[in-house]
Every structure is written in structure tokens, then in C-alpha cells.
Design a protein. Structure first.
Lengths: 113, 114
């Protein structure tokens, strides 16, 4: 099946720094990718829809200047958490559309000190 | 608008007994429906999916789900629970309009008692 990778799998950073998370579709092209955030023992919350070659569509309540999304190619979308704070600590998961199915990355655990 | 409701936040069953995890959805379009499982500190694994073909869908590990349009439901079942089934289960609705839209349910935590 289709494979989606995320890098890094785990990152620890200091408050005020920016962190970039990459999401790659390894064996297919994805015009649409999604970014989710998952809090402990909670469901996945859709943050934004990333469209190749155009601006991302953000869900209500998600700060677009805080969570920068770039989808520069058909196999790569990046999420940059700018000026990270401890409350941004979470598990971030991406997915990519292929056919009528979503394929999920393994997730990135962000810890902001 | 699309939404997904999982009626039980937590379900506990004894090993060897049937499992029922309930899911109801709301969608203005013909949806695709999925069940995913997430084990502790692990990624998401697709159990099964409905995409407008057969309404009774069989998945991995003995799970199956039935799409009932009249009840807007897509409940997940398994005849006999195994200890390894203990995990978090998510019902997901996906619609394709001008762009893809994927919505996760709140999840149901399944415990299996030996």
C-alpha cells in the first residue's frame, strides 16, 4: 500500500524557537495532504488541508501565522510551528489522499520546553 | 457539514465475547467511512473502509462493519475479542467535494478483560 513518512519522529525544542515537520508520500503523488494534532488520550483534530501549489485551508481556530504549511511538491508538505510554546507540545500527524483513502504518517511528537 | 459521533468513549468487554463500537455520521454528500485503530504510542492502522460498494465490510483481524444509510450508522463489530484488540478506535468520514474533507470521531477506548 501507499506509504507516508514523517520527519522527525520526535523533536524537543526550546520555547520561542521554530520547528519544521516534513510529511512525504513515498510511492505516490498527493495533491492534498492533511495535518492533524492529537492531544493525549484524545482524537485527531484536523488543523489544515494542504493543497499542492496553493495556500493551505485552515480549520477554524487554527492560527495560520503560527502553523505555517507549505506544499511545494506533489510528495512533500511541511508544517512549521513558529515561536513554539509549551502549549504547542503535542503529537502531529499528517495524511495524504490516494484514491479514496487516506494514508497516515507515523506522527511527530513535539515537546516544547 | 460533516460530523462523526462515537457514542461510547469507553467500552470494556471480556476476552472471547463480542465487540460492538458504535459510530454515527452526518454528511451532506455521499461519504466514505473508515475505522482506524491506534495502539498506545503507535500510529494509525486502517481496519476497514466503506466506499459505496458492499454495505457489509470485512476488515483485518476479524473486524467488520455495516453501513446503514437509513440509520446513518457504521458500527464496528467483532465476534470474539482478543487481548490484543485493546486500543483506541476512531471512526472517520471522508467526503470529496471541491476538495477532500476528512473528519475523525472522538474515539472509543476498548479494554479487554482476561
Amino acid at each position: 500500500g501507499a506509504v507516508v513518512s514523517q520527519h522527525p519522529s520526535r523533536v524537543i525544542c526550546k520555547s520561542g524557537t521554530s520547528v519544521k515537520i516534513e510529511c512525504r508520500s513515498l510511492d505516490f503523488q498527493a495533491t492534498t495532504m492533511f495535518w492533524y494534532r492529537q492531544f493525549p488520550k484524545k482524537s485527531l483534530m484536523l488543523m489544515a488541508t494542504s493543497n499542492e501549489g496553493s495556500k493551505a485551508t485552515y480549520e477554524q481556530g487554527v492560527e495560520k501565522d503560527k502553523f505555517l504549511i507549505n506544499h511545494a511538491s506533489l510528495t512533500l508538505s511541511t508544517l512549521t510551528v513558529t515561536s513554539a510554546h509549551p502549549e504547542d507540545s503535542s503529537f502531529y500527524i499528517c495524511s495524504a489522499s490516494h484514491g479514496n483513502e487516506q494514508f497516515f504518517g507515523p506522527g511527530t511528537r513535539l515537546t516544547v520546553l | 457539514a460533516q460530523s462523526v459521533t462515537q457514542l461510547d468513549s469507553h467500552v470494556s468487554v471480556s476476552e472471547g465475547t463480542p465487540v460492538l463500537l458504535r459510530c454515527n455520521y452526518s454528511s451532506s454528500y455521499s461519504p466514505s467511512l473508515f475505522w482506524y485503530v491506534q495502539h498506545p504510542n503507535k500510529g494509525l492502522q486502517l481496519l476497514l473502509k466503506y466506499t459505496s460498494a458492499a454495505t457489509l465490510v470485512k476488515g483485518i483481524n476479524g473486524f467488520e462493519a455495516e453501513f446503514k444509510k437509513s440509520e446513518t450508522s457504521f458500527h464496528l463489530t467483532k465476534p470474539s475479542a482478543h487481548m490484543s484488540d485493546a486500543a483506541e478506535y476512531f471512526c472517520v468520514v471522508s467526503v470529496k467535494t471541491s476538495y477532500d474533507k476528512v473528519i475523525f470521531g472522538p474515539g472509543t477506548s476498548l479494554s479487554v478483560i482476561p
